[in-house]
Design a binder for this molecule. Structure first.
Ligand SMILES: NC(=O)C1=CN([C@@H]2O[C@H](COP(=O)(O)OP(=O)(O)OC[C@H]3O[C@@H](n4cnc5c(N)ncnc54)[C@H](O)[C@@H]3O)[C@@H](O)[C@H]2O)C=CC1
Ligand SMILES: O=C(O)[C@H]1O[C@H](OP(=O)(O)OP(=O)(O)OC[C@H]2O[C@@H](n3ccc(=O)[nH]c3=O)[C@H](O)[C@@H]2O)[C@H](O)[C@@H](O)[C@@H]1O
Length: 439
């Protein structure tokens, strides 16, 4: 089948290559010329394990191409919309102009029988409005909403082996047609028995925002417990282990620490609240405001903890920040808790050096005022405190004995509860973490 993918960012580029891997002829379209050039040369424009290999392999088959010209989407039967829906500046709502522009740009290439498939995360009600536009301008063309649940760092695996497929379909015979096309797109995934949920548009849109809201709530729940652990001397890591053994609760997403960031969870819960307000149902989601507040408080607490270990003042203190990406195995720094903390420390007078295995280049572009280092040792040279803010394997596996030789003061703050506290304290470090006793 011929497929187009509009928007080749973290989601779309992986989706395009994955669809080619499934055997389809795919063209990826993006307005960013540099990104398209990189993709055409089999260079990943972002860090994502396994993606560059997938890209090179699928480009080699001749089934995958990229272009800046939406005209090249003509002749495709299915058109995936994967453009961004970031938070609007100064507001909670999502900025929907990229989705609107992308769908409008497709109107000139659509033919009757084509299917537009939304994958971007959108406010409930978007799909119905876009379906009306598509059908008015190109009678016989259809629209479905097929939200995406991939995690950065596992994007290839999650795209090719999703937990479930969700199809938001139009009513009646159009729904049958759209379902058949989606089943053909995802044939190998459907045939292996992957759970499939077929719904109306609104449910499909809400499944996505509900899933991200639940994940955010789970993280803020454990971080609220961490605040109480700090007040009582209890240990949040043991608490999470103990409640996580109950499989109604589950241990996943109960890692307390600096909280959630990234291009999705923070903006998605805010956009969900904004949409609920527009629908007159804002009371239903007031708890998400608290989820957001708890999350943002963790960043402030981290800065306080750094001040505490630096004898009450950050002024002139040399601080190494290990980690800039919002999570390991990614170069994504959108709403990164690590960078936010690094910037706050610098504003309060500390001399901050940041390092990250993949995200330094992006960080330097966004926060040129921060100082960057290539390695943890360089970042920690004569440091008064070391903060581990993104739990890359490289940092989890640091040898506290040899690493101790580069710093001025052996003080480590484990912002992700990722280090072996006993090993670090045995090596003479003062160990502090969120939600755990000092070591
Ligand atoms: N990043 C992720 O892990 C996931 C993202 N999502 C959702 O997918 C959507 C996209 O997210 P990301 O890929 O992270 O964003 P991104 O910002 O990395 O990528 C968006 C891409 O769309 C391009 N673009 C914008 N307008 C365009 C147009 N009119 N025509 C063609 N290209 C255009 C941009 O140049 C950019 O390359 C968002 O709604 C997000 O919430 C959903 C699940 C996972
Ligand atoms: O809509 C999206 O874009 C995606 O958002 C998240 O994926 P992602 O943002 O890639 O990363 P997560 O693994 O969810 O982590 C998000 C943030 O939460 C933090 N986190 C995660 C888990 C945890 O226990 N504690 C915790 O603080 C991470 O450090 C990170 O900053 C969801 O997990 C995906 O299912 C979804 O598709």
């Amino acid at each position: 089948m011929r497929i187009s993918v509009i928007g080749c960012g973290y989601l779309g580029a992986v989706h395009a290559a994955s669809m080619a891997k499934l055997g389809h002829d795919v063209v990826g379209i993006d307005v960013d010329h540099d990104k398209v050039q990189a993709l055409c040369r089999a260079r990943a424009p972002f860090y994502e394990p396994g993606f560059e290999e997938l890209l090179a392999g699928t480009l080699d088959t001749g089934r995958l191409s990229f272009s800046t010209d939406v005209g090249d989407a003509a002749g495709s039967q299915v058109h995936f919309v994967c453009v961004g829906t970031p938070q609007k500046r100064g507001e909670y709502a999502a900025d929907m102009h990229y989705v609107q522009d992308a769908v409008e740009s497709l109107l000139g290439v659509l033919a009757p029988g084509d299917l537009v498939v939304g994958k971007s995360t959108v406010p409930v009600g978007t799909a119905a409005a876009l379906a009306e536009l598509v059908q008015e301008k190109v009678p016989g063309a259809l629209l479905a909403w097929n939200p995406e649940f991939l995690r950065e760092g596992f994007a290839v695996q999650d795209t090719l082996h999703p937990d479930r497929l969700v199809y938001g379909l139009p009513a009646g015979p159009d729904g049958e047609t759209a379902r058949a096309l989606l089943d053909e797109v995802y044939a190998p995934i459907v045939e292996r028995g992957t759970p499939k949920v077929e719904t109306d548009y609104a449910t499909a849109e809400m499944v996505k925002t509900a899933a991200n809201s639940f994940l955010a709530t789970k993280i803020s729940f454990i971080n609220a417990m961490a605040e109480l652990c700090e007040a009582t001397g209890a240990d949040v890591k043991l608490l999470a282990d103990a409640i996580g053994y109950d499989d109604r609760i589950g241990r996943k997403f109960l890692n307390a620490g600096l909280g959630f960031g990234g291009g999705c969870l923070p903006k998605d819960i805010r956009a969900f609240m904004a949409r609920a307000g527009e629908l007159g149902a804002d009371q239903a989601l007031t708890f998400l405001k608290e989820v957001d507040n708890i999350n943002m408080r963790r960043r402030i607490r981290m800065v306080e903890l750094a001040r505490e270990v630096c004898d009450g003042s950050l002024l002139g203190k040399r601080i190494a920040v290990l980690g800039a990406a919002f999570k390991p195995d990614s170069d994504d720094i959108r709403d990164s808790p690590a960078l936010n903390v690094a910037a706050q420390l610098q504003l309060q007078g500390a001399v901050v050096r940041v390092t990250d295995p993949a995200a330094v280049e992006n960080s330097r572009r966004l926060w040129p005022q921060l100082d960057y280092a290539d390695t943890p040792e360089e970042a920690a040279d004569r440091a008064d405190a070391v903060l581990v803010l993104t739990e890359w394997r490289q940092y989890r596996e640091l040898d506290p004995v040899s690493f101790g030789a580069v710093v001025r003061q052996k003080r480590v703050l484990d912002g992700r509860n990722a280090l072996d506290r006993d090993a670090w304290t045995a090596a003479g470090w003062t160990y502090r973490a969120l939600g755990r006793r000092a070591g």
